[in-house]
Ligand binder design. Structure first.
Ligand SMILES: [Zn+2]
Ligand SMILES: [Zn+2]
Ligand SMILES: [Zn+2]
Length: 137
């Protein structure tokens, strides 16, 4: 994954394609049999919003118990606002490695130092700035 282009984070979601053009093939994949949803999701759970070689983590949302590639994918597709995980539920498996399919608990993910405990793949270390979108902090 080294040498992949950095993600162009920060552009507004959906500015590359209109939402009216829906293709179900690009909205859901399966990793180890677990469905993961996302806008233009690829086989490693990268989406239209986060596309670097490090953006291989999917997050399960507490509100609908469904894995999405990222917060913006949930916002675009779920039809409801995202619920964050309370601290009391940090032992729940809610993070999926797109490289090996390992499910991590929220606590494992927070303590993994951006390296998958299952396969050693590097995760995007900048994701910790997004924790408040997903987890109680
Ligand atoms: Zn939801
Ligand atoms: Zn996304
Ligand atoms: Zn992994």
């Amino acid at each position: 994954m080294v040498g992949d282009r950095p993600a162009h984070v920060g552009s507004s979601p959906g500015d590359r394609r209109q939402n009216s053009e829906k293709d179900d093939d690009e909205l859901e994949i399966r990793i180890s049999g677990i469905p993961v949803r996302g806008v233009e999701i690829d086989e490693r759970t990268r989406c239209v919003h986060y596309r670097s070689g490090l953006d291989i983590v999917a997050i399960k949302f507490n509100c609908c118990q469904t894995y999405y590639s990222c917060f913006y994918c949930h916002q675009a597709e779920a039809g409801h606002s995202a619920g964050i995980w309370p601290r009391a539920q940090f032992a729940e498996k809610a993070v999926l490695c797109g490289a090996c399919g390992a499910e991590l608990t929220i606590r494992q993910y927070m303590e993994c130092r951006a390296v998958c405990p299952g396969c050693g793949s590097a995760f995007n270390p900048r994701c910790d700035s997004h924790y408040p979108l997903y987890f109680e902090t």
